[in-house]
Design a protein around this ligand. Structure first.
Ligand SMILES: [Zn+2]
Length: 85
């Protein structure tokens, strides 16, 4: 006997006739019970991704530019020139 598959998001039992190779809405949501739960999973992934992505702070920018304060100043000067035009 095969154990019933359950939705990884809400633990709802997924009907045995739902298959990843199918074409119905339920099939497309596989392995989740519904489109909604699939979106919840996507959202969790994207939030996790944002959590490990460092925001672009001046310090971070400095690091990216190889700790060269002049490069940062030039970059900021260029930006303010464009704004003032
Ligand atoms: Zn679900």
């Amino acid at each position: 006997m095969i154990a019933p598959r359950t939705c990884p998001i809400c633990d709802a039992t997924i009907p045995p006739d739902v298959r990843p190779e199918g074409t119905s809405a339920a099939d497309r949501a596989f392995p989740f019970c519904s489109e909604r739960c699939r979106n919840v999973d996507l959202l969790r992934w994207s939030q996790g991704k944002y959590a490990i992505t460092e925001p672009l702070t001046p310090d971070r920018l400095l690091h990216e530019l190889g700790d060269d304060p002049e490069a940062v100043e030039q970059l900021l000067a260029r930006e303010s020139e464009e704004e003032g035009d």
